[in-house]
Design a protein around this ligand. Structure first.
Ligand code: DQA
Length: 147
């Protein structure tokens, strides 16, 4: 089982960025925690981050050609704007879970739209960075466990 964890714009600044909303764990610390969680479950993981929409689309295509089993994606602000990311998940049919550190449903109106959600098998929102691990569990149960 091989998965990608994709993070969009500004998520490289975790720990620095609005800690009252996104917490004080750094991006590198989060990646370390995800890698350990996956190692313990026999899952191969690749964590990727970009501030650029097209680069995130390219990563999804790369996952398709590498025949990965799933994606956990926090598209950041592209959640609310990007039809390109929605189309990339639809085009590749890679089982994908959307994750948000904050509870987007309780925030500004402009955060109430998620384009990518329509192509996702699930969403985890508002559970802090622990939400990434929950999203991995969702992928694992969807795929019937690690192989
Ligand atoms: C976010 C929520 C988005 O609205 C915001 O633009 C982000 C982070 C979250 O993880 O809570 O960059 O996706």
């Amino acid at each position: 089982m091989k998965i990608y964890i994709l993070n969009g714009p500004n998520l490289n600044l975790l720990g620095v960025r609005e800690p009252g909303i996104y917490g004080d764990e750094s991006y590198d610390a989060l990646v370390g925690r995800i890698e350990q969680y996956c190692r313990e479950r026999g899952v191969e993981v690749c964590c990727l981050q970009s501030n650029h929409e097209g680069a995130l689309v390219d990563y999804i295509h790369q996952g398709f050609f590498e025949k990965i089993d799933g994606i956990v994606i926090n598209p950041g602000a592209y959640t609310h704007t990007s039809i390109a990311l929605l189309d990339a998940v639809k085009a590749t049919s890679i089982p994908t879970v959307e994750v948000h550190i904050s509870d987007v449903s309780a925030r500004e109106d402009f955060r109430q739209v998620s384009y990518i959600r329509a192509a996702c098998i699930g969403t985890v929102s508002g559970h802090g960075t622990a939400g990434y691990l929950e999203a991995i569990d969702l992928l694992l149960s969807y795929k019937g466990g690690a192989k």
